[in-house]
Design a protein around this ligand. Structure first.
Ligand code: PLP
Length: 406
């Protein structure tokens, strides 16, 4: 007789995808909190600010105006217009409506792009440390991430020599993320130039620029994007952005990209069979975000910069921790190489960045994420999108944790 509840058989395509370490740490932190421990979580990839009122109001107005139905697959004409104006205003980049797609978060933009372009075994060059979702999405699409380790001594940036060495006959894309999650490192136009120079000689290779943290930059960092730095490459660049981080709109799920019409059309085919279109109400809110007043971005930037300075100084004051100063985003990516080999008061060896993060969470109540979750060890990421008060307390605890190692 067949079993009443046969075991679920999952598809092999998800074999390569592991449960994200960030989620695992989040779940453990929640469990500890529920057990009454005063855990501080420095893992979140979202601003602690609220969505500005004028953006919320645009969504409310859209609801009452009846904008509650499916929209055009690749985004409403109004939002595409606002995105086109944004690209022009910020980078002098001209994209027509056919060269723009709006998706349910930048994550879906990436998913569409890789699904629409990768044949099995096609390679994508991904500088490490990287946002963990890149490699999972590439794997889901049948591609192969080619990881290029870019450590703190190189400012977490890939060099032209590294790029040349990573390029091969199967390379389809090179992926840039500036400022970066998790390192906060940014590529200026001068940093990009030698890399783009290399790519001019490789006409089959496309360039993906994830500019998600464009508006969260410090010390006057001059943000740049490849399609604008090297206009001869614009016809093979996909310029990705979104409203999640800059406008504190992670829950609204709107991301977008500008790129050649053929690529955008292929991405729309994938999107059409996944989500049909992004949320109508969220698109109306995104029009307000991109077209409304932008001054508040500077205030938020100042607030993030104060926190960055606090965390960088606090970490560098700890013996064994070294934290470079990030150009943007709201993360620090500090080296914990100096504490490896030490022992906890219980006698456990700290052999890896994961050991260090586990020790800090389990014994000192601060949730931080090991570099290995982002493809580069021995480091750990702190998200400082939280109050200065919490950050100060977290730094005291991390310092105490390290001081107790022998
Ligand atoms: N790109 C980077 C570098 C990110 O850190 C994130 C989110 O954490 C995303 C893209 C995805 O953003 P969303 O899907 O919210 O637009």
């Amino acid at each position: 007789m067949p079993a009443l509840h046969p075991e679920f058989q999952k598809a092999s395509r998800i074999d390569a995808i592991e449960v994200s370490e960030i989620l695992q740490i989040g779940a453990r932190a929640t469990a500890l909190k529920q057990a009454g421990r005063p855990v501080i979580v420095l893992g979140a990839g979202e601003p602690d600010f609220d969505t500005p009122d004028f953006i919320k109001q645009a969504a409310v107005d859209a609801i009452w105006a009846g904008e509650t139905k499916y929209t055009a697959l690749g985004g409403t004409p109004q939002l595409k217009q606002a995105i086109s104006a944004k690209f022009q205003r910020d980078h002098g980049l001209a994209y027509t409506a056919q060269e723009i797609i709006v998706s349910t978060g930048a994550k879906q933009v990436l998913y569409n792009a890789f699904m629409a372009s990768l044949e099995p075994g096609d390679e994508v060059i991904v500088p490490a440390p990287y946002w963990a979702s890149y490699v999972d999405i590439i794997a889901l699409a049948g591609g192969k991430p080619v990881l290029v380790p870019c450590g703190a001594d190189a400012g977490f940036r890939m060099t032209a020599d590294q790029l040349r060495a990573a390029l091969g006959p199967r390379t389809r894309w090179v992926l840039f993320n500036s400022p970066s999650n998790p390192s906060g490192a940014g590529y200026s136009a001068a940093d990009y130039s030698p890399l783009l120079e290399v790519l001019l000689d490789h006409p089959d290779v496309w360039i993906m620029a994830d500019d998600m943290y464009e508006h969260i930059i410090y010390d006057g960092f001059d943000f740049a994007t490849p399609a604008a730095v090297e206009p001869r490459l614009k016809s093979r660049c996909l310029t990705i952005n979104g409203v999640s981080k800059a406008y504190a709109m992670t829950g609204w799920r709107i991301g977008y990209a500008g790129g050649p019409a053929e690529l955008i059309a292929a991405m729309a085919v994938i999107q059409g069979q996944a989500t049909s279109c992004p949320s109508s109400v969220s698109q109306a809110a995104a029009v307000a975000a991109l077209s409304g007043p932008q001054e508040f971005l500077r205030d938020r930037q100042r607030s993030f910069q104060a926190r960055r300075d606090l965390v960088v100084a606090g970490l560098n004051a700890i013996d064994g921790i070294e934290c470079p100063t990030p150009e943007g985003a709201f993360y620090t990516f500090a080296s914990c190489a100096g504490v490896l080999g030490r022992k906890t008061p219980e006698g456990a060896l700290i052999a890896t960045d994961a050991d260090f993060c586990t020790y800090v969470l389990e014994h000192h109540d601060v949730a931080i994420v090991p570099g290995r979750a982002f493809g580069l060890s021995p480091y750990f990421r702190i998200s400082y999108a939280t109050s200065e008060e919490e950050l100060r307390e977290a730094l005291v605890r991390i310092a105490r944790a390290v001081a107790q190692l022998t």
